[in-house]
Design a protein around this ligand. Structure first.
Ligand code: CA
Length: 408
């Protein structure tokens, strides 16, 4: 969208309550256009080793899926508060089903843990979040989803690469074309592997010669997830993170991934475990405040980064880690979430970035993503304004900027 179209959209949508504002999606593609795109794609696929027969079979009946385009364009719209997300992601139901999964799959999990050195609770937690332990693996034909996204072009090169990997899977006979199903962006099977991740890390654990992450039997998928975490540097028996309590007068500039220190350093500053007990151990950790100074604080370790390779969102990583801890018998977080705060929507996040830039704290563009540059800009502004520099993009912060910059 051009800037003017965006500003127009913003003006049109400004009076609506935040949750009703949507990103405008204009879908220009259609089946005819996709068919023409497939004609052109054929030569590129054959040039990298897809056989004419596999191409024919895999691409037969490929269907333009407008809903997939819409999901792709709307994904930045996601504004769920972390506490609402965690309520669902680590619900009592999901914990109970996970405990049952640990019992039902105990034999294969024993072997997976011994082979890959990855704790079974972490593997099962990813399974629980990605597909509700296999119950919701997605029913969208992967080839059609990827072809639609490659043709649509917003991230065309990426999805064309994934489509080629998907065709390779079919060419290798690992799954029948009709059974290659998944979610809207091409993630497949029990633990939602993208085709390129499948190519690098999926394993045949049941020994039938096929790396089948789609079948009802989850053995290959669970082992593949363990292989994935092992490759990402998983440390068996080590925590992903732990909830901590910060002392009065704590320097919030120490939060964030750039300050990684031994536990003794944090203990020396007066940081304790969530119940007030002493921190002990040799590990290095950084401090994460997923809801700012008003919510729980966590020291996070190397296994946090390992889970991050699966999905970068802090809320996802915390959900996986916490669900794994709950499956191992751990309790809920002790500090309450700031549930009375409404999180910024897509348009407000862009406005925040633009206003921070105007205030002299450059966010290097306004894309609604609260990345490291935006975090640094928020903190710069908070320091200058005498606020707690927790880097959290809160509504009061945006309102303060609005009051200082009434005209844009
Ligand atoms: Ca197999």
């Amino acid at each position: 969208m051009g800037r003017w179209a965006f500003l127009l959209l913003l003006a049109l949508t400004a009076p609506l309550p935040a949750q009703e504002r949507r990103i405008e999606v204009v879908i220009e593609g259609n089946q005819q256009g996709l068919d023409a795109w497939v004609e052109g794609f054929r030569g590129r696929a054959l040039a990298v080793g897809i056989s004419p027969a596999a191409f024919q079979e895999g691409m037969a009946g490929v269907t333009f899926l407008p809903k997939v385009v819409e999901r792709d364009r709307r994904q930045d719209e996601f504004t769920k508060a972390i506490w609402d997300y965690l309520d669902k992601a680590v619900s009592e139901d999901r914990i109970a089903l996970g405990q049952r999964a640990l019992r039902d799959e105990a034999a294969v999990l024993d072997r997976i843990e011994a082979t890959y050195g990855v704790d079974r609770q972490a593997v099962v937690a990813i399974w629980g979040l990605e597909s509700s332990y296999g119950a919701v693996r997605g029913d969208i034909p992967t080839i059609s989803a990827l072809a639609t996204l490659a043709y649509d072009g917003r991230r065309g090169a990426f999805f064309e690469g994934e489509l080629i990997e998907a065709l390779r899977i079919l060419q290798g006979g690992h799954v029948a074309p009709g059974a290659m199903l998944g979610s809207w962006a091409g993630a497949m099977g029990h633990t939602q592997f993208m085709p390129s991740s499948w190519a690098k890390l999926a394993v045949d654990f049941d020994g039938d010669g096929k790396r089948n992450i789609w079948s009802d039997d989850p053995a290959d998928a669970l082992a593949s997830t363990a292989a994935y975490l092992a490759k990402a540097g998983w440390k068996k028996g080590a925590p992903w993170g732990r909830e901590v309590r910060l002392p009065e007068g704590f320097d919030y500039l120490l939060a964030g991934p750039r300050t990684q220190k031994p536990l003794a350093y944090w203990a020396g500053l007066g940081v304790t475990d969530a119940a007030g007990g002493a921190l002990a151990g040799e590990d290095w950790a950084s401090l994460l405040l997923p809801a700012g100074a008003g919510g729980p604080a966590f020291l996070i370790f190397d296994n946090f980064a390992a889970i991050e390779t699966y999905n970068l969102a802090d809320s996802y990583v915390i959900a996986v880690g916490h669900l794994a801890d709950r499956l191992a018998g751990g309790g809920p977080f002790l500090a309450p979430w700031p549930r009375d705060l409404r999180v910024l929507d897509y348009f407000e996040r862009i406005e925040l970035q633009e206003r921070l830039t105007t205030a002299g704290f450059d966010t290097l563009g306004a894309d609604a993503k609260m990345g490291p540059r935006t975090l640094a800009a928020i903190r710069g502004y908070q320091v200058k304004s005498g606020l707690l520099p927790d880097g959290y993009p809160s509504l009061p912060l945006l309102e303060r900027l609005r009051s200082e910059q009434p005209v844009r």
